[in-house]
Design a protein around this ligand. Structure first.
Ligand code: GFB
Length: 309
């Protein structure tokens, strides 16, 4: 990418998209194309066709998606599969029609089989049953990967796919029903501290393990791969380290300074027992994460305190 290349970031207001915009600007990329939902509804085929015809971006970061935590995925599978298929079909197809030099498609670590060997290698994809709570989202993301690979084969495009682990950071979703665990617990412990509550309720047993990557590190990896990688194989993006939800809760409790107890709500699903990514391909491509979990949570909590509504 040249510093004045036309770069479109789909989903630029979200957790991932806003981090990619920050990273590109920090690195001197001056010609970013950004459209919010009112200006461009990515689920509308005609709007997307007109947008790409007019703008003809050279590089596309496809960070727009319908995303959510375990409960949102479990409760609204139709929304997750329909909206994500619509968005990615429209963006990937029109990026091809208008000669985009490269497109980076963002998948998720939930695409891998629920009970596959850990850490998860990219080649484990489609070798086993998916986790039921987020199967609809996973199928949509797998379709996006396969679509990029099919376009590369048939049309010679350079559409790359990356599979990030669980992400967190500024601009995350802190809504307690639709969010992921880390922002949810950060808000729960914070609000419990404010009112001197006796306890904070954690969903599930607390025994599942999750890997967490700070979103600014993810953005850095995406820009690095957009600049250097044009292979058809998917690339895991993670830290290679995971923690139990219980220990994550204790860490967030300590950072927030909540003195009460944590209890578990066993009526909520645990989801996948573990989904630690093997990041050796990523490391061989010249990138490693920089932000340790405790530091990333402290930065995110600071942002939350300065920006909560
Ligand atoms: O982050 P999370 O919602 O999604 O849940 P997944 C991770 C684990 O944290 C589950 C537990 O075992 C939850 O039961 N947990 C504990 C909580 N307390 C809470 C809480 O207050 N809120 C939430 N949300 N969880 C998602 C997929 O799975 O991973 C998405 O559903 C996506 O599609 C995302 O792939 C990366 O990590 O289980």
């Amino acid at each position: 990418m040249r510093k004045n290349s036309k770069i479109y970031i789909a989903g630029h207001n979200g957790l991932v998209g806003s981090a990619i915009v920050r990273n590109l600007r920090k690195n001197g990329y001056s010609n970013l194309i950004l459209r919010n939902f009112e200006a461009l509804n990515l689920m509308n085929q005609a709007e997307v066709r007109i947008f790409f015809k007019e703008e003809k971006p050279e590089y596309v970061f496809l960070a727009a998606a319908k995303v959510g935590g375990i409960q949102a995925n479990n409760d609204f599978p139709a929304d997750f599969i329909f909206q994500n298929l619509q968005i990615q079909n429209n963006v990937i197809h029109n990026a091809y029609l208008n000669g985009a030099k490269k497109l980076l498609f963002l998948g998720s670590s939930c695409i891998y089989p629920r009970d596959c060997a850990q850490p998860i290698k990219e080649e484990y994809l489609l070798t086993g049953e998916l986790e039921k709570t987020n199967e609809a989202y996973a199928i949509a993301k797998i379709a996006g990967i396969k679509m990029c690979q099919a376009y590369n084969k048939q049309y010679g495009t350079k559409f790359i796919s990356v599979m990030p682990t669980n992400l967190y950071g500024q601009n995350d979703n802190f809504d307690l029903t639709s969010s992921h665990v880390l922002p949810a617990l950060l808000r729960k412990f914070h609000e419990a501290k404010l009112v001197n509550a006796k306890e904070v309720v954690m969903w599930g047993t607390g025994s599942p393990m999750r890997e967490f990557l700070y979103v600014d590190d993810l953005a850095d990896a995406c820009v690095h791969l957009m600049e250097t990688y044009d292979g058809g194989d998917i690339v895991n993006i993670g830290t290679g380290e995971d923690v139990t939800i219980k220990n994550l809760a204790l860490l967030i409790k300590k950072i927030v300074g909540f003195e009460g107890k944590t209890t578990s709500d066993a009526t909520k699903p645990d989801g996948t027992p573990r989904k630690l990514l093997d990041v050796s391909r990523l490391h061989s491509l010249g990138w490693k994460h920089k932000t340790a979990l405790e530091d990333g949570i402290k930065i995110t909590y600071e942002w939350f305190l300065n920006n909560k509504k």
